[in-house]
Design a protein around this ligand. Structure first.
Ligand SMILES: *[C@@H]1O[C@H](CO)[C@@H](O)[C@H](O)[C@H]1NC(C)=O
Ligand SMILES: *[C@@H]1O[C@H](CO)[C@@H](O)[C@H](O)[C@H]1NC(C)=O
Ligand SMILES: *[C@@H]1O[C@H](CO)[C@@H](O)[C@H](O)[C@H]1NC(C)=O
Length: 315
């Protein structure tokens, strides 16, 4: 009798793990669906959580992590990604994390930036642990997006031996993929430099965006702030290689853009969107936003990001 009930208990817990149900399932959240709430993680780290209006604590709910750019704050990222606007997202929890000012006052940044020593991998794990305790997070549908150095950090998450198994898909925008291990300009060859990576699986979905007129983080790579930046096309091709995909992308032109093209590897498991010759260091949007100052793109990156996230989950 005793061993039989232990066995069935084990089966029950296996079944709930298999469904990817978080401890927060069935619990009433401490804030109202449709609202934001500010939280603090260990180390006094700030993050802000948004609940979709239809949040139901009995339903496993997908979650998006969003990382602002260097020198920026959460509220700027909320304005840029618009992922709390029902036009783009009605059914994913969105968690905005705040980077620390570690190297100088006012200069917020993420782990992976040349002079940054904060543990943002640890921060991200702590946030996911805490949020999953309060909310019914679908642990197979956790996603990450971010802008500029926040996008660079999303690339680091995809290369992290732990979080590459916890996050289902990654969508960096105008990413600064600093390789700080190469701190000498003479050794920085953007077209061929190898991106260090410890991804724990070889089926990682990536959707990256970059503009041809980005003079902050250049599409063709650069040596910047004492670190090497790979050419973005080479960065994407290295993901195709890690995922064992054909190295020649299928190109699709982007209507009404200035030579914009989506380069897809493996049927879109890895894609790079070249936003257009005229798009700068922006979050592409057909509307004016804080980045583009009216130089709008032919498409909304957030629409493409939501479609991409919806089509991937952990197995
Ligand atoms: C969260 O913090 C920001 C400042 O970081 C503040 O503007 C906002 O009002 C806070 N939101 C809530 C719901 O307390
Ligand atoms: C795809 O587009 C990129 C960017 O315009 C270009 O460099 C590359 O040659 C194209 N590849 C193919 C197979 O057309
Ligand atoms: C882009 O998003 C805005 C909302 O921010 C929307 O009004 C507009 O129609 C969208 N554009 C396209 C092409 O979907």
């Amino acid at each position: 009798m005793f061993s039989l009930s232990l066995a069935s208990l084990a089966l029950i817990s296996l079944a709930s793990t298999a469904r990817g149900q978080a401890a927060g399932c069935g619990q009433t959240p401490s804030f109202t669906p449709g609202d934001f709430k500010n939280f603090t993680a260990p180390g006094d780290r700030e993050y802000r959580v948004w609940l979709p209006a239809n949040y139901d604590s009995s339903k496993a709910t997908p979650l998006i992590l969003s990382y602002h750019g260097a020198n920026r704050v959460i509220s700027r990222q909320v304005e840029l990604d618009k992922l709390t606007d029902p036009f783009f997202n009605k059914d994913h929890i969105v968690v905005y994390l705040q980077g620390l000012e570690v190297s100088r006052p006012g200069h917020t940044e993420w782990e992976g930036a040349p002079d940054c020593k904060s543990d943002d991998i640890g921060f991200t794990n702590n946030v996911l642990d805490a949020v999953s305790k309060e909310l019914c997070v679908d642990e197979k549908r956790i996603y990450a997006t971010g802008k500029s150095q926040g996008g660079g950090f999303v690339g680091r998450l995809a290369c992290d031996s732990g979080l590459s198994k916890r996050i289902a898909a990654f969508a960096p925008v105008s990413g600064a993929y600093y390789i700080k291990e190469i701190d000498n300009e003479a050794d920085c060859h953007p077209e061929t430099v190898k991106v260090p990576c410890n991804a724990a699986r070889s089926n990682i979905p990536i959707l990256a965006f970059h503009g041809g007129a980005d003079t902050t983080i250049r599409y063709n790579g650069d040596f910047r702030s004492g670190a090497c930046l790979p050419a973005v096309s080479s960065w994407a091709k290295q993901w195709a290689a890690r995922d064992n995909l054909d190295q020649t992308p299928v190109n699709t032109t982007i209507a009404q853009s200035d030579n914009g093209v989506k380069m897809s590897y493996g049927g879109g498991l890895v894609s790079l969107v070249y936003d257009g010759d005229n798009i700068g260091h922006d979050w592409p949007s057909t509307q004016t936003n804080a980045d583009n100052e009216g130089n709008v793109a032919a498409f909304n990156a957030s629409t493409a990001i939501m479609e991409f996230f919806r089509s991937h989950k952990l197995s």
